[in-house]
Design a binder for this molecule. Structure first.
Ligand code: TRP
Length: 323
C-alpha cells in the first residue's frame, strides 16, 4: 500500500475555508486506499516561535480544529514531530554527511538571512530535519503546494547523498505531487483568498463573526430588482464550492430572475457554509474543555510512527557503524 504524508503547521491562525478546500479535503480524498499520515511539525515551529505559552496554545487550537474536521472513521494517522524520538538522531546522522554548500542554497535559510535578523542554526538545518520526518519511514508521496517544491528537492538530495555516501539505497527518495487543479477562490474583498490580504472566512468563527464576514463580501451595485449574473458574483463563486448542484441551480435561477439581492445571496451562503461544517463545528465545541479524544488519538499515532522510526534507526546505526 502506498504511504503518504502531509503536515499542518501550528501558526495560530486557525483553519479557513480555503485551506480546507485546497489542502484538507484533497488529502482526505488522496488518503483513500492508502496508508496515510498527517503530522504537526512543532519542532520546526521552534525556529520562529520563542514563547512556550504561545506555541502550546497554537498547537492546541490547531489540534482541535484538525480533529474536528477529520471524520471519526478516517484512516489517517496523526502524530507530533516532537514526540518522535529518533527523528533528531537521524537528523544528526544526515547532518554529518550533508554538504554545507548544499544547505546554503535553501530558501528557508536565504529568506531569513536576507531579513537581516539573526538566523538561528535550526533554520539553517531546517531541510535536514524535514528530510528525517519523511524518510524515518519509507514514505512514497508527499503532496505539496509549490512553495514546498524546493524543500522536497532538498529532501531527495539529502537522502540521495546519504545513499551515495554509504553506497546503498537505504533511504527511499520520496516523490512529491503538486495539485494542478488548485483553485483560487475569492476572499471577502473579491481578491483571491490569501494570507497577504487577510480576507479569509474562518471555519470555526462564531456564527456572529462569520455572518459579519460573509455580509462584507464585495459585490457590484446592481439594484435589488434587476437580474444578476451569478457567474461574475463573488458570493455565488463561494456558494459553488459548498452547495449541492440542485441548490446552486436554484440560486442561479433566482439571480437571473431579479428581485433577489446580494444580501439574500449572502444569507444563503452563510447558511450553506454553516450547514457544510455543522458537524465539525459541533465537534470543535465539544473539544473546548476536553482534549481526551485528541490525546488518545495522538498517543496512538505517536506510538505508531515511533515504532517505524525506531526500526529504521536500528538499521541506520548499523550502516554508519554506531552499532
Ligand atoms: N516545510 C514545511 C512547511 O514549511 C513543513 C514540514 C516540515 C514538512 N517537515 C515536513 C512538510 C515534512 C512535509 C513533510 O510548511
Amino acid at each position: 500500500m502506498k504511504k503518504i504524508l502531509t503536515w499542518i503547521k501550528p501558526t495560530g491562525l486557525g483553519m479557513h475555508i480555503w485551506n480546507y478546500l485546497w489542502a484538507f479535503k484533497p488529502f482526505l480524498e488522496l488518503a483513500e486506499g492508502k496508508e496515510a499520515y498527517m503530522f504537526i511539525p512543532d519542532l520546526h515551529s521552534l525556529t520562529s516561535v520563542h514563547d512556550g505559552e504561545i506555541l502550546r496554545k497554537n498547537k492546541e487550537r490547531l489540534l482541535k480544529e484538525f480533529f474536528a474536521l477529520l471524520p471519526n472513521d478516517s484512516n489517517i494517522t496523526v502524530f507530533e514531530q516532537s514526540k518522535i524520538k529518533r527523528v533528531n538522531d537521524i537528523t544528526w546522522i544526515l547532518s554529518s554527511v550533508t554538504p554545507y554548500s548544499l544547505m546554503l542554497r535553501a530558501h528557508s535559510f536565504k529568506d531569513s538571512n536576507n531579513k537581516n535578523s539573526e538566523v538561528n542554526m535550526a533554520t539553517f538545518n531546517y531541510p535536514i530535519l524535514m528530510t528525517s520526518d519523511i524518510i524515518s519511514y519509507d514514505v512514497d508521496l508527499v503532496p505539496v503546494w509549490k512553495d514546498q517544491v524546493q524543500h522536497m528537492e532538498f529532501v531527495r538530495d539529502i537522502a540521495g547523498n546519504f545513499n551515495k555516501t554509504y553506497k546503498q539505497d537505504f533511504f527511499k527518495l520520496p516523490e512529491y505531487s503538486i495539485d494542478k487543479k488548485l483553485m483560487t477562490i475569492p476572499g471577502t474583498d473579491g481578491r483571491k483568498m490569501s494570507k497577504s490580504y487577510d480576507n479569509f472566512i474562518w471555519i470555526f468563527d462564531s456564527e456572529k463573526v462569520m455572518k459579519k464576514k460573509v455580509m462584507s463580501i464585495v459585490t457590484d451595485d446592481t439594484p435589488l430588482e434587476d437580474p444578476k449574473d451569478p457567474e461574475t458574483c463573488n458570493v455565488f463563486a463561494l456558494i459553488k464550492f459548498f452547495a449541492s448542484i440542485e441548490r446552486q441551480d436554484d440560486i442561479a435561477v433566482k439571480y437571473k430572475a431579479g428581485n433577489y439581492g446580494y444580501g439574500h445571496a449572502k444569507l444563503e451562503l452563510l447558511e450553506i457554509i454553516l450547514e457544510y461544517f455543522k458537524e465539525a463545528r459541533e465537534k470543535f465545541a465539544s473539544f473546548a474543555n476536553d482534549m481526551t479524544y485528541i490525546n488518545e488519538k495522538l498517543k496512538e499515532g505517536n506510538q505508531r510512527w515511533n515504532e517505524m522510526a525506531d526500526k529504521k534507526y536500528e538499521e541506520l546505526i548499523k550502516i554508519v557503524g554506531l552499532n
